[in-house]
Design a protein around this ligand. Structure first.
Ligand code: AMP
Ligand code: ZN
Ligand code: ZN
Length: 308
């Protein structure tokens, strides 16, 4: 029988890459310490900052929110209801229930009211729905955080997410993306500071934290994300991890330590301007979200004129 390395009680968790067995209580403590160390290592924020946690209703963002609150940070939540049928309704309800339980504010934004529900994108834009959905999420996280006076946006991206993106960018040596792959993006040019405090914990570890902390979360993947290539990269890396425990963490951490500093010195920042319509940062005079909104309203106008 494995025993907890801290208290000697029966272990509930074994972490192969750290060669560590822990009981439930000490696992929770280990996870929170790891998040705290990541926050300090990358100077993400302090206890004076007002943090907005982007909460999807899944295990990662709810575990992150819970850990930040327990660590004494001033963290509220922000949920974007994507309008994807039952999946979005459930996610929204679970995020609200959690906010009630921990007694913190959850700000909500309904994409169907602001732009349109995600499943309708295909009629307006040829890009895959996931890519447009990502653009809209980033746009509203940034805009809402600034409007509500938050200094930092924290997302629940974990080690599996980050190493899969790193793997995909490295396979095609996409330098432009690699030089921006850092768990902290500074506040600049109309962007609020963005951080990923779970970048050094795996998906399994964050699921374990959620379960052992009694957090109710949405287990389903987004139904629109099926077939996304990152799912394949995650699978390959997890197979490697099985054989070589710790490889994922090493791949990501050593990139940050050895390669990122070199890439950073030659980073060429895109020239940004303010969107003429909404004032948010944009590479062209009108940002992609405003362009989409214009397209939607002009089609509605044609539709109304012709009574189709
Ligand atoms: P994903 O891209 O779905 O893997 O999500 C990555 C992170 O983005 C999550 O951990 C959340 O922090 C954030 N996020 C995803 N979906 C939403 C949403 N609907 N509302 C707010 N934040 C979200
Ligand atoms: Zn213990
Ligand atoms: Zn705009």
């Amino acid at each position: 029988m494995r025993r907890c390395a801290k208290c000697g009680k029966k272990a509930q968790v074994f972490l192969p890459q750290h060669r560590l067995s822990l009981c439930g209580e000490h696992y929770i403590e280990w996870f929170e310490n790891r998040v705290e160390r990541t926050i300090r290592e990358f100077r993400m924020f302090s206890r004076w900052d007002k943090i907005l946690v982007a909460v999807s209703g899944g295990k990662d963002s709810l575990s992150l929110w819970q850990a930040l609150i327990k660590l004494g940070y001033d963290a509220d939540g922000f949920h974007i209801n994507l309008g994807i049928g039952n999946y979005s309704e459930m996610s929204n309800q679970i995020a609200l229930k959690f906010a009630c339980k921990v007694g913190r504010t959850l700000h909500e934004l309904h994409l169907a009211k602001e732009v349109m529900p995600v499943p309708d994108f295909r009629d307006y834009d040829k890009r895959p729905a996931c890519s447009l959905c990502g653009t809209l999420k980033r746009y509203y996280m940034n805009k809402v955080a600034k409007e509500l006076g938050y200094s930092v946006v924290a997302t629940g991206h974990n080690l599996d997410d980050e190493s899969a993106v790193l793997f995909s960018n490295a396979l095609s040596w996409n330098i432009e993306y690699l030089e921006r792959q850092y768990p902290v993006l500074p506040e600049e040019n109309g962007f609020v500071k963005k951080v990923k405090p779970l970048c050094k914990v795996s998906e399994k570890e964050s699921a374990l934290y959620a379960v052992l902390s009694g957090i109710e979360y949405v287990e389903d993947e987004c139904p629109m994300a099926q077939g996304a290539t990152t799912i394949d990269y995650k699978l390959y890396l997890s197979q490697l991890e099985e054989k070589m425990p710790g490889i994922k963490l090493r791949f990501y951490s050593e990139f940050l330590r050895k390669l990122y500093p070199i890439l950073k010195t030659q980073e060429q920042k895109a020239k940004l301007q303010k969107c003429k319509v909404c004032g948010e940062p944009s590479i062209s005079d009108i940002c992609s979200v405003c362009k989409l909104k214009i397209k939607i309203s002009s089609r509605k106008y044609i539709h109304d004129q012709h009574g189709e």
